[in-house]
Design a protein around this ligand. Structure first.
Ligand code: KDG
Ligand code: MG
Length: 430
């Protein structure tokens, strides 16, 4: 006991931890690393132990609020981790999730995820096995991926699709600029403010123009690239629900592999209506942060692909349960994999992709040389697949010295997204 009145007692691990453990391994330090090697703000966690070569890395990337995640890790999780046995992944997840009383939300879940993934990395290293082995072993040689094609007009999208096909991709997401609109997912070379993959210039958005353009894009593409390539599209919760239902119906003749995020999570109640109207396969969920959002969609068989951003739901511990739950209902996995999932997050996606029988598809991101150098072991994209390097743990590391050379870019809002508005000025979802 402290003799200073009001002093906070130091954290003491529960007695069973020291008596029941196989090892005397203990967490000695937790580092939060903020880095942007490709210009995209990433948050990474490193958990160190009293065995210097046994450490783990995890992804906690919430690119629009990186500093909030860093504070949650440093101020709230780290003090509750030092001295614990890193073997007890589930217990540590539960303790940290429950100690805030209020749960869920992308800041806290990303913070939990950074720790959780690092602990799975440590467990894999202790076992001398890749994490997918701990999840039951491989059910496929590698994970088929989809890559992005976008352009200012139909022809530019077609050229991108054909270039990707040439490289061996069999699944391509297609987005086209809606003239005069701040279109999601279309590369805009006129500004350096935001990484190319997520540019939607500050500007206006007209729902009906978008709804008219997209079916014409897919009609054009099917007539040019044939029926064999699998095509995907992301609405990115950019429509009033009834317009999204209409668009999903209109796209049916073009046989999409999936149509993503037709609704915002707040509009989940529209899914039964959508299901009655069309058999276009639906992917949903990169914005989900709470199991109450996705469990009903799965057990009511209202979506076809679950698309959570694994760090935003808390890491591998919740994601492996979610993948298994989906299997019982015929829902396939399509974990979120853009550039604001760090290469560590992509390595995690791959561990689940390789070991889940109900895997559907993996979104891939073509990291630049800087990111690959900062994250040695970044999974390789080859012949339309993502491949494991078969190293113990997650098979990926962070070069901390190099990471420091790529600090988060200066930005007045520390990375917050720009505003997109309707023509009358009403701000809308990004
Ligand atoms: O930060 C937002 C991005 O992760 C998101 O816009 C990417 O929708 C996305 C996707 O499907 O990759
Ligand atoms: Mg998306």
């Amino acid at each position: 006991m402290s003799d200073r009145p009001g002093a906070i007692e130091p954290f003491v691990p529960p007695a069973w931890e020291s008596s029941g453990s196989r090892s005397a391994l203990r967490i000695t330090n937790v580092k939060t690393i903020l880095t942007a090697p490709d210009g995209i703000r990433l948050v990474v966690v490193k958990v160190e132990t009293n065995e210097p070569e046994i450490y783990g890395v995890g992804c906690a990337s919430f690119t629009q609020r990186p500093l909030g995640v860093a504070a949650a890790i440093e101020q709230y999780l780290k003090p509750n981790l030092i001295g614990r046995d890193p073997n007890n992944i589930e217990d540590i997840f539960q303790v940290n999730n429950l100690s805030g009383y209020w749960r869920s939300g992308p800041v806290l879940n990303n913070a939990l995820s950074g720790i959780d993934m690092a602990l799975w990395d440590i467990k894999g290293k202790l076992a001398g096995m890749p994490v997918y082995q701990l999840l039951g072993g491989k059910v496929r040689k590698a994970a088929p991926v989809y890559s992005h094609a976008s352009g200012r007009n139909f022809q530019a999208v077609e050229e991108e699709v054909l270039r990707l096909k040439e490289q061996g991709f069999r699944f391509v997401r297609c987005q086209v600029e809606v003239p005069g609109n701040a279109t999601y997912g279309v590369d805009d070379k006129s500004t350096d403010d935001y990484p190319t993959y997520l540019r939607a210039r500050q500007g206006i958005w007209n729902f009906s123009s978008y709804c008219r353009v997209v079916p014409r894009l897919f009609d054009y593409l099917r007539s040019r690239v044939g029926e064999e390539l699998e095509l995907l599209h992301d609405i990115h919760e950019r429509l009033p629900p009834i317009l999204a239902i209409g668009l999903a119906r209109e796209l049916e003749p073009f046989h999409l592999f999936f149509l993503e995020d037709p609704f915002a999570p707040e509009d989940n109640g529209y899914f039964p209506m959508l299901r009655q109207q069309t058999a276009t396969p639906i992917a949903m969920g990169e914005l989900f942060v709470n199991q109450a959002e996705y469990v009903p969609l799965i057990h009511n068989r209202l979506i076809d692909f679950i698309r959570c951003h694994i760090s935003a739901i808390g890491g591998i511990t919740p994601a492996r349960k979610l993948a298994s739950y989906c299997e019982f209902f015929g829902v396939r996995t399509a974990w979120h994999g853009p550039g604001d999932v760090s290469p560590i997050g992509h390595a995690v996606n791959l561990q689940l992709d390789l070991s889940s029988p109900n895997f559907g598809i993996q979104e891939c991101f073509h990291f630049g040389d800087a990111a690959k150098a900062v994250f040695p072991g970044t999974p390789e994209i080859r012949d339309g697949y993502l491949w494991s390097n078969e190293q113990p743990g997650l098979g990926i590391d962070i070069d901390e010295t190099l990471a420091e050379k790529f600090p988060l870019p200066e930005h007045p809002l520390n990375g917050a997204f720009p505003e997109v508005r309707q023509t009358d000025g009403t701000v809308i979802r990004w």
